[in-house]
Design a protein around this ligand. Structure first.
Ligand SMILES: [Zn+2]
Length: 361
């Protein structure tokens, strides 16, 4: 928002402020002009300044003419005098930090009297113009009751200058709003993060507390990374189903067996061991030659269960049961055996009999 006010408007708007508001704006503007002057001078002399340096520190480094104040006599008015006698609207009051000499000059005499280059003077004027714009923006916003409304959370430290301005019920400039918004965003996202971390911590604590004595003793002797993983699994356990571990007979890993015995969720690496055991089992089954022995090894329990309930086989499926038995017989006689058909018929048959599928079906 860029507003340029005439001196009359500035005066009018200023008169709407109470005394502390007016003093704040005047003092703030003066300080800013002074530091702008120092900034330009320091730059021209190749002196590095940073945000942590006080004005006094910078002044002592520069050892030259320092701007004390810029007086503005008002639009169409020339109440001030230059050291050369000319009448002025703007009067620059300068002090030499070495000789302590003071000068009151118009902008045209700056160059002549204190040997500053035209470029420096141009930069100073430009900087000062921008500072006046800031003042004008605050005044215009004040006139339009355009205040900063975002809620400031407890615990957030408002930067000094903004805090003063807000406490005095003065508006912020767009640039200030942008900066404050960014600081608040950072603060709030940090707070959200901390809250999330705290919730995570509580969940972990709860998960550990939910272990029984035996589980807890086992947990305590795990290394840190296993502990972390296990706790994460315990937190998530509500959503994951306990894995079917029919293949457990092929797993000889003591640690996995311990986890299963204690009914603790399996760690990633343990799952990998089980998966690879499952895979090699499957490969073994797929490549194994089918014999009566291997078929019985796989399906004997299911076949026995069907036999046990054969009176309950629905009429329409009785033929299939006969076929299944014929298929087994043909295998026994060394004839061709249609395993796919055998499995299909058996799978269909066990549904009405409420027999659990074996893992090979
Ligand atoms: Zn002059």
């Amino acid at each position: 928002m860029e507003v340029v006010l005439t001196q009359e408007e500035v005066n009018n708007y200023m008169s709407l402020l109470n005394q502390s508001q007016r003093e704040f704006i005047e003092e703030n503007i003066k300080q800013k002009k002074k530091s702008k002057w120092l900034e330009v001078l320091a730059k021209s002399k190749g002196i590095m300044i940073n945000a942590t340096m006080s004005l006094e520190e910078i002044e002592s480094k520069i050892a030259d003419w320092i701007l004390i104040d810029v007086k503005d006599g008002g639009y169409m008015k020339r109440p001030f005098k230059c050291d050369c006698g000319a009448r002025l609207r703007y009067q620059y009051i300068l002090k030499n930090s070495k000789t302590k000499e003071t000068r009151k000059l118009g902008v045209n005499c700056l160059e002549k009297h204190i040997s500053l280059s035209p470029q420096i003077i141009k930069d100073v004027k430009k900087g000062i113009y921008h500072i006046d714009l800031e003042r004008d923006e605050i005044l215009t916003k004040f006139y339009h009751r355009d205040f900063y409304t975002r809620k400031i959370p407890k615990g957030f430290e408002v930067p000094d200058l903004f805090a003063k301005q807000l406490a005095l019920e003065l508006p912020l400039t767009d640039l200030q709003i942008h900066k404050l918004d960014r600081l608040l965003d950072e603060y709030e996202s940090k707070r959200r993060y901390e809250k999330r971390m705290e919730m995570e911590r509580l969940k972990r604590k709860k998960a550990i507390e939910s272990l029984n004595e035996e589980q807890s003793a086992y947990f305590q002797q795990l290394n840190e990374s296993d502990k972390t993983e296990l706790v994460q699994l315990l937190i998530k356990e509500g959503q994951t189903e306990q894995e079917e571990l029919d293949e457990i007979d092929v797993i000889k890993d003591d640690e996995i067996l311990k986890h299963i015995e204690l009914e603790l969720p399996l760690l990633q690496r343990q799952k990998q061991v089980i998966d690879s055991a499952k895979r090699s089992q499957l490969i073994k089954y797929a490549t194994e030659e089918l014999t009566l022995e291997s078929i019985l090894e796989r399906h004997l329990e299911t076949l026995q269960a069907v036999r046990h309930k054969q009176e309950q086989i629905p009429r329409g499926l009785r033929k299939d049961w006969v076929t299944i038995q014929e298929l087994v017989r043909s295998l026994k006689n060394g004839e061709d055996f249609n395993y796919a058909r055998f499995k299909l018929l058996l799978s269909n048959l066990i549904i009405p009999l409420r027999i659990k599928k074996d893992k090979f079906l």
